[in-house]
Design a protein around this ligand. Structure first.
Ligand SMILES: C[S@@+](CC[C@H](N)C(=O)[O-])C[C@H]1O[C@@H](n2cnc3c(N)ncnc32)[C@H](O)[C@@H]1O
Length: 452
């Protein structure tokens, strides 16, 4: 429920027009980036799994419409996440090319964009019901094995619930290679937080704090999720064969992922990069990664999940990487001075504290990565193509980092013309923990630029 103040503020912000682009006001998005965080719980495809970093799909749909792309354009998202831009682009009759570094989330994105589950004589709902019946029969024996599960997993569920989840997981794993397998896997992963009896709200899991599960019956919820998937797939617009929907798992700062795209073949971009120190996307999905057995330690999280992600948090930073990035930023002109200036202020703040955090090491790496992504996009986009990015600013130790403006400056240096910087909403002060308290008002902004 929105407060009056929030409603008034949102009305004001949504009344801002896109100026030269479009005269109509932007509607308020239902959920996700642009409103709060997390993909919608209700919208088709978004509801498959609530990714904390996800866009509001109605918002992406609106933005795509505002871009006035020719029909059947190719839309880019270098930070594709759970493919909210991808599914919105498909629905609007466009092709899509995305890059996503998180392997599990890239799998989800590809699954959503796969037009249909491969031919099978059973519907997804029927498959899920068969699996649920078998899991019910096997759950007692699964319960006896739950002490083999990672500590995080055992602490998040009651024993009977975990027995059913483990039984389902083992049945789905045994069906690897079946046409329905990945859908069943994601119906199960989407069920985990619904039936947890510990605080597993985004972005971080708190297994030590109990809560009442949102849904009490994991098997019924699993079947319901599979039925949603089936319904969404059935109702998705029939896509012409010549359109393509691609998500590459990898690093959009490097060149490799972009080899799958011809130069100047894309006509627009709607994206949202990681915000500086907003949160750690790998860690935010720890419950799913541990439960499925993708990783079993923090070290594996770093090598298996995080390795392609750009540096946006102090946990990812290092002295050598910051040094190299500082030198390489020089290639991008004056922006290097702006970043260096903020870095010095952050270092001074760190030195005032006994165990200060290394925000000064994050910045050069972060902005170098952003510059590399923009450079790759400049090659991939046709001249005249519009780009919309949703991004927040930040203020570690109270040192203001105007990320949207700095991104705009980098883009201009790379041959984009900068058109608009619109404040969408004020946002929470994530830096306002004990050691990094500040009172700088932060916001989420929409920046619009165009390939010259
Ligand atoms: C703000 S989220 C975007 C979410 C997306 N808009 C959605 O609706 O799900 C940023 C995404 O960028 C991904 N990411 C981080 N570094 C990356 C990189 N170097 N290359 C590609 N993706 C990256 C993160 O894993 C995260 O999913």
């Amino acid at each position: 429920m929105l407060t009056n103040e929030t409603q008034a503020e949102e009305q004001l912000l949504t009344d801002v027009t896109l100026g030269a682009w479009r005269p109509q006001p932007l509607p308020t998005p239902s959920s996700g980036r642009g409103r709060t965080h997390g993909t919608s719980r209700n919208e088709p495809f978004d509801r498959w799994f609530r990714y904390p970093a996800g866009f509001a799909s109605d918002y992406v749909t609106t933005l795509l419409a505002h871009l006035e792309l020719d029909s059947e354009s190719l839309v880019l998202d270098p930070f594709a996440g759970s493919a909210v831009t991808g599914t919105a682009a498909r629905q609007a009759g466009h092709s899509f090319f995305g890059v996503e570094a998180h392997p599990l989330i890239a799998e989800l994105a590809r699954l959503k964009l796969q037009s249909q589950p491969r031919a099978t004589d059973k519907t997804l709902g029927e498959v899920a019901r068969t699996l649920a019946v078998a899991a019910a029969q096997q759950s007692s024996s699964a319960e006896r094995r739950i002490d083999q599960e990672p500590d995080l997993v055992t602490r998040c569920f009651s024993t009977p619930v975990l027995g059913q989840l483990v039984a389902l997981r083992d049945l789905i794993r045994a069906g690897a290679g079946e046409s329905w397998n990945l859908h069943a896997k994601w119906a199960l992963l989407g069920t985990l937080r619904d039936v947890a009896s510990a605080r597993v709200g985004w972005p971080y899991q708190r297994p030590g704090t109990e809560r009442k599960p949102i849904h009490s019956n994991p098997l019924a919820r699993f079947v319901q999720r599979a039925e949603w998937m089936e319904q969404d797939i059935r109702e998705a617009a029939e896509s012409p064969n010549h359109l393509s929907y691609q998500v590459i798992q990898g690093d959009s700062c490097g060149k490799v992922a972009w080899k799958n795209l011809s130069p100047e073949s894309a006509q627009g971009c709607v994206s949202s990069p990681p915000y500086l120190n907003n949160f750690d996307y790998a860690d935010a999905t720890r419950l799913e990664l541990y439960f499925w057995g993708d990783i079993s330690s923090w070290a594996e999280m770093c090598t298996e999940v995080r390795s392609d992600m750009l540096t946006a948090t102090t946990q990812q930073s290092s002295v050598p990487a910051a040094r190299i990035a500082t030198a390489r930023l020089e290639e991008y002109g004056e922006i290097a001075d702006s970043v260096l200036d903020i870095t010095s202020k952050l270092l001074a703040e760190r030195n005032k504290r006994p165990r200060g955090k290394e925000y000064d090491r994050v910045l050069p790496d972060y902005f170098l990565a952003i510059a590399q992504v923009l450079e790759n996009m400049a090659t991939a986009l046709k001249p005249g193509s519009p780009v919309v990015w949703l991004v927040g600013d930040s203020a570690p130790y109270g040192v203001y980092v105007d990320t949207p403006r700095l991104i705009g400056d980098i883009a201009q240096g790379l041959g984009f013309s900068f058109e608009k910087d619109i404040t969408l909403r004020k946002r929470g002060q994530r830096w306002q923990s004990n050691s990094v308290r500040h009172d700088v008002q932060l916001s989420e902004r929409l920046i619009l630029f165009r390939k010259s």
